[in-house]
Every structure is written in C-alpha cells, then in structure tokens.
Ligand binder design. Structure first.
Ligand code: C5P
Length: 261
C-alpha cells in the first residue's frame, strides 16, 4: 500500500478511497476500537448477497474478511465501496507458492489497499512475502494450523506434531520471517503471545458464542475468552452471516469483546 498522495500534485494520485497511511502502515494494523476487533467473514455465494449483508450489518461491523467463496464470485469488486465507507478489509488469500509467485501476488494485493492478507506459515513463502511487501504493503498474517483441524487431522496429513506444537513452531518462524501477525485458534493465543511479543497481531477464527454450532471448526473459543487469551482480532462468519438478525449477532459479539477487554 502506498501512502496517499495529494491529488493536486500528481495526475496518478491514489484514489480517494485509500486510507490515510501517513502514520505508517504498521501502526494501522492495530484495532481502532472494540468494534474493529470483530472481523466478519463474508462467506456468502455472490456479491449481491454480500452487499445485502453489508447493508444489513450497517455500523455494527467495521472490518470484513473476503475469502475463497466470495473471492471467486467477484468479491474483489466490493473492496472500493467498503473502503469508501471507512471499513477495513482482510483478504484471506492463504497464499502458498514458489517465492517468485508469492512476491508477485503480494505486489498485486498491495494495489487493493486491504489491511491484511494471509500466507501459509512456510518460512520461505513468508520471507518472500515480507520482502515483497516492503514498508507499506498489506499486513501479512501467517496461517499456522487451520482451526478446523485437530491433532488427528494433522496425523492424517503426515505431520507428527500436535496442533499446539505446530502452531507455536510456526509462530516462531513467522516472527523470524518478519510477518505482521499470526492466525491461530484462541486455544493457542496465550502461548503465541508469549512467543511473538506485544507488537504482532493475533487473529483468531474458530470463534463461537456460547451455544452456537461449531460446524466444521474444532478448536473453538467464545469471543470473551479469545480476547482474554490475547487475541487482537476475532474472525466470525457463520454465527453472524447465517443469523436471523446479523446486526444483533454482531453487536452481541462486540459487547462480549468490550466486556472482556
Ligand atoms: O463460519 P466460521 O466463523 O467458522 O468461519 C471462519 C472463517 O475464518 C472462514 O472464512 C475460514 O475460511 C476462516 N479461517 C479459519 N481458520 C483459519 C483461517 C481462516 O476458519 N485458520
């Protein structure tokens, strides 16, 4: 992400939906307030449904995640409108590729002005992403172990480590690579915080308010407990976007976050 250039001095100045990065991109990765700590995953089938959801959520949500489902259904088109409305965007790419392709992918994502994107926590891939991001690109989050996986899923995939050991090892690798944050379950958040220190961002999916269906998620934690464990941001999709009243569900999660801070 480039610092916003004054329109009057450059014919190629950045569009006016770009956030003001004068304070430095890294500073911008912190939550602006309690509401900002809730990142709603727009896991819906198309942009029309997504826009309806965004409209229904209104000012109850300030941060959205666009992931695989919406990405392949035109989701990138929603980003400028979200930025104009003062929302932040997390583009959940979960990149893993050869170094050259990772670097070029990060350069392309840089032009989208999103706050975060994700890289699988393989050291070479993370180093390539960090080198490509420079000082002003998107915040880079390391995906450690998916929250839908437990120890037996890792064994099946050929890994001998437990989920918690793999998460902590990958958090160390992400820190060494210069990543900006970690994606893990809140089950591991306290251990990860001890490894990465206070400045790295911890983002936790697998969040379920008390009584909500876990679905395919295995390492689940309530919003309040995730905040108490040291998570900076909580990613929540189905408990909000499939709720009868999504804004009510979102506000309840934000209230739980506020109470836990
Ligand atoms: O519906 P639910 O709240 O379980 O959705 C969680 C979201 O977070 C999904 O979009 C999923 O792709 C994403 N995610 C995750 N676990 C990770 C990384 C991302 O569940 N480790």
């Amino acid at each position: 992400m480039l610092p916003a250039a004054p329109l009057e001095t450059s014919p190629t100045a950045t569009p006016d939906y770009r956030p003001d990065t004068a304070v430095g991109q890294r500073t911008m990765l912190a939550p602006r307030d309690a509401k900002d700590r809730l990142i709603v995953g727009l896991d819906v089938p198309d942009t029309r449904t997504a826009q309806t959801m965004i409209d229904r959520l209104g000012d109850s949500v300030s941060f959205y995640k666009i992931g695989m489902q919406l990405l392949f259904a035109g989701g990138l088109d929603l980003i400028p409108g979200l930025l104009v409305d003062g929302k932040r965007v997390f583009l959940d790419m979960k990149l893993l590729d050869i170094d050259n392709t990772i670097a070029n992918g990060v350069h392309s994502i840089d032009n989208l002005d999103v706050t975060f994107t994700t890289i699988h926590a393989y050291p070479k891939a993370m180093r390539a992403a960090v080198a490509a991001r420079g000082d002003t690109g998107p915040g880079l989050l390391a995906v450690t172990v998916l929250t839908s996986m437990d120890d037996s899923d890792l064994t099946e995939a050929g890994y001998s480590a437990s989920a918690v050991d793999m998460v902590t090892a990958r958090a160390r690798d992400a820190t060494a690579a210069g990543m900006d944050g970690i994606v893990c379950s809140a089950v591991e958040a306290a251990r990860v915080r001890a490894i990465v220190g206070p400045d790295m961002v911890i983002v936790t999916p697998g969040i379920r308010p008390a009584g909500a269906a876990a679905g395919d998620q295995k390492r689940v934690v309530t919003p309040g407990d995730a905040i108490k464990a040291g998570a900076d941001y909580l990613v929540v999709a189905r408990p909000v976007v499939t709720a009868v009243e999504p804004a009510v569900a979102a506000r309840a999660i934000v209230a739980e976050i506020e109470a836990a801070l």
